[in-house]
Design a protein around this ligand. Structure first.
Ligand SMILES: Cc1cc2nc3c(=O)[nH]c(=O)nc-3n(C[C@H](O)[C@H](O)[C@H](O)COP(=O)(O)OP(=O)(O)OC[C@H]3O[C@@H](n4cnc5c(N)ncnc54)[C@H](O)[C@@H]3O)c2cc1C
Length: 652
């Protein structure tokens, strides 16, 4: 970025003011987009890592005032250290005095000393890092400040956008206010903590068990010792409510105009969409093909990771809010999409990705006994049945979570010999590291750099899987090394059961006759990324059928976004993007989390890890493997949180 006039971003000073002859210096490791919104150019930014100035029109003093207003606004929600709050308030007064031409030289000294006091006394990072850009402003824009206090210069008001974030919040697809709910746990306010989660996410007990934890991967505490057990804390508050036999109270705030909405699919996306629409007073009917709710969290994820009673309890709460669920109703079969479209004010599609992808090898379509698609296998096992009880030697093909769930379920249904074959190496496996580790502990046999070639059968039954060894070549489109077959390395696994778990696809049958609903070449439904509206205005879509197979929290985030759009649609309001969308985009390039940041002056404390059933005890049953935290452990774990709130102000 060479249009920089000045930058102190990341503590690296770039000074392009003054010498016009000189070639402008650019900022390393920072790629600010040119625009914030369509026609609003980013002229400057002030935030936790410093100042970036791109336009001489920006008044640095007014920018500081705006930034301090935003920081003060957000620090008001915290009553932990008065130094911080009163400090910000008093500093803001100085900026207001400057704008009115009433500030003095002493006020400038006060700004410096108040900011220093906040840094040394604040308990969280909004106080520790918040004043950073002020120090830079006072040092590198000293003339502007002097002129402001001597009355030589009047401040000019600009146009700004500000946003509070934190690395964990930014990484969470539904942007849960993690520092806030963790802080409430620290104060033993467990119900209040759950209320904060439920502002966005209705299924804390489910997500608190099986989330892939993008937040923990972006936890600053991880730069010091180990990230906070954010997932386990979420589970703790959800379990605590059940243990206390408390009924949740949901605030219903009806929209000006309410309507009738049909939701197709009672998976995480549909449930979350229904929840938010019910809170806005709309009348919701869910149509679900199966005879139970939860989608893949019920029929895909096995009970040893997510017990059914938790799932059912959370969905029941949503039904108590007035959401009706019609089970055993497949749209496209029992009813058509256009019938729903005619009958309801809006329709949400959250049908997930229900079909297993074919492997494409010889013998797959011969209907041999013992060849089972991964999703069908898990569906039956989760319903308490073994789809092929006579099988004892199992080979599962794939490297994702579905493959890992299949091998671990095979163990639990009494199979004797269980293998997983994957065509790349362990480090390229897309499955969650924790799941891979747990399967290894249970002594599943992994075979890396191995690909299936042909299914062998005798008298219509599987007797083996012919495989070939692979080696890694150049990266493919996904950026991972492409596996290349090693000629002449074929070998055969003796087995009687082959489970294919290489991917999932969306069944688009319900769109029959609706050619104007746009779909992608990889069979997902195309929507506006932010509003979730499809090419047919009354139809909104989110979850795996929009993104392709993904994760619970992504599906919930999509369901929530769609609910906002549906509410606006019913109220006849335009589905404009709001500021948080533009900040999301901005933070994709201006990263909120810095993996190289050194965390200083914090005492190292190990993370509380939830207890686990020992491998020998757990691998023969479906008992929940991961245990919850006790109240004492949860409070102690929450105390490790550094409360990494950060504020960014953009001048446009
Ligand atoms: C085995 C397995 C393990 C996984 N493990 C994890 C994990 O540990 N953590 C994680 O975050 N994610 C995990 N995932 C992914 C996660 O489950 C999905 O991303 C998530 O469930 C998607 O939610 P959804 O609501 O979009 O779809 P789904 O959960 O698939 O729900 C869609 C619902 O729509 C219903 N439906 C479909 N078609 C129709 C129709 N025509 N009419 C009426 N109803 C219909 C389905 O029956 C289903 O109930 C896993 C997935 C699988 C398959």
């Amino acid at each position: 970025m060479s249009d920089i006039i000045f930058s102190s971003w990341g503590r690296e000073i770039v000074e392009n003011r003054g010498d016009e002859e000189q070639e402008p210096v650019s900022i390393k490791n920072l790629d600010f987009p040119e625009y914030f919104k369509q026609d609003e150019k980013i002229k400057a930014s002030m935030g936790w890592k410093g100042i970036v100035l791109r336009s001489p029109e920006v008044d640095i003093i007014d920018l500081c005032r705006e930034y301090f207003e935003a920081v003060l606004e957000h620090s008001k929600t915290c009553d932990k250290c008065n130094y911080c709050k009163t400090g910000w308030e008093e500093m803001l007064e100085v900026f207001q005095d400057m704008a009115n031409g009433e500030a003095t030289e002493e006020d400038l000294e006060f700004l410096q000393s108040a900011a220093e006091a906040i840094v040394s006394n604040a308990k969280c990072s909004i106080g520790k890092s918040g004043p950073a850009p002020l120090f830079d402003a006072l040092k590198y824009f000293a003339d502007d400040f002097s002129q402001a206090v001597s009355g030589e210069k009047q401040t000019t008001k600009g146009t700004y956008y500000s946003k509070l974030t934190a690395p964990c919040m930014d990484a969470c697809p539904i942007h849960l206010d993690i520092p806030k709910y963790v802080e409430l746990i620290k104060d033993a306010k467990f119900a209040e903590s759950l209320t904060v989660i439920r502002e966005r996410l209705p299924i804390a007990g489910i997500v608190g068990r099986v989330c892939f934890r993008p937040c923990e991967k972006h936890c600053r505490r991880g730069n010091l010792d180990e990230s906070i057990s954010i997932k386990a804390l979420k589970r703790f508050v959800a379990d605590h409510e059940i243990a206390e036999q408390k009924e949740p109270e949901y605030e219903i705030a009806p929209s000006e105009k309410t309507g009738k909405v049909a939701i197709i699919g009672a998976g995480p996306a549909g449930i979350t969409c229904a929840y938010h629409l019910a809170r806005a007073g709309h009348e919701i009917t869910i149509y679900e093909a199966l005879d139970e709710p939860g989608g893949m969290s019920a029929v895909g994820i096995p009970d040893y990771r997510l017990p059914r009673n938790i799932l059912h309890a959370e969905v029941q709460q949503i039904q108590k809010m007035g959401v009706a669920i019609n089970y055993g109703q497949t749209i496209g079969n029992d009813l058509t999409l256009s019938q729903l479209e005619n009958e309801f004010d809006a329709v949400f599609i959250g049908i997930g990705a229900q079909d297993s992808t074919k492997i494409g090898i010889e013998g797959e379509d011969q209907e041999y006994q013992g060849v089972i698609p991964g999703l069908a296998y898990l569906r039956e096992v989760n319903a308490g049945a073994d789809p092929y009880p006579q099988g004892k030697k199992v080979v599962v093909i794939g490297g994702g979570n579905v493959a890992i769930d299949c091998v671990r379920c095979s163990l639990r249904t009494g199979k004797e010999d269980i293998h997983l074959v994957y065509r790349r190496t362990r480090s390229e496996m897309p499955a969650d590291e924790v799941e891979i580790h747990d399967a290894e502990e249970e002594q599943v046999q992994f075979h890396f750099l191995t690909a299936p070639v042909r299914i062998r059968a005798e008298e219509g039954k599987v007797v083996g899987l012919e495989c070939i060894k692979m080696e890694l070549g150049e990266p493919d489109d996904s950026g991972r090394p492409r596996p290349v077959p090693v000629e002449g390395s074929e070998f055969v696994f003796d087995c009687d059961t082959i489970i294919s778990a290489i991917g999932q696809q969306v069944d688009l049958a319900l769109l029959a006759g609706m050619d104007d609903v746009q779909t992608s070449p990889w069979k997902t439904i195309v929507v506006d990324e932010y509003t979730k509206q499809s090419s047919r205005p009354k139809i909104f879509v989110a979850g795996d059928c929009e993104t392709g197979p993904d994760a619970l929290i992504t599906a919930c985030a999509g369901g929530r976004r769609a609910s906002h759009s549906i509410d606006r649609f019913i109220n006849g309001q335009p589905l404009d993007y709001d500021d948080s969308h533009y900040f999301d985009k901005l933070f994709e390039t201006v990263k909120v989390f810095d993996p190289d940041e050194e965390i200083l002056k914090v005492e190292s404390k190990p993370r509380f890890k939830p207890g686990m059933l020992p491998p020998e005890t757990r691998k023969s049953n479906f008992d929940e493997v991961e245990q919850g935290l006790s109240a004492q452990e949860a409070v102690a774990e929450a105390e490790r949180c550094l409360r990494c709130y950060q504020v960014a102000t953009i001048a446009v």
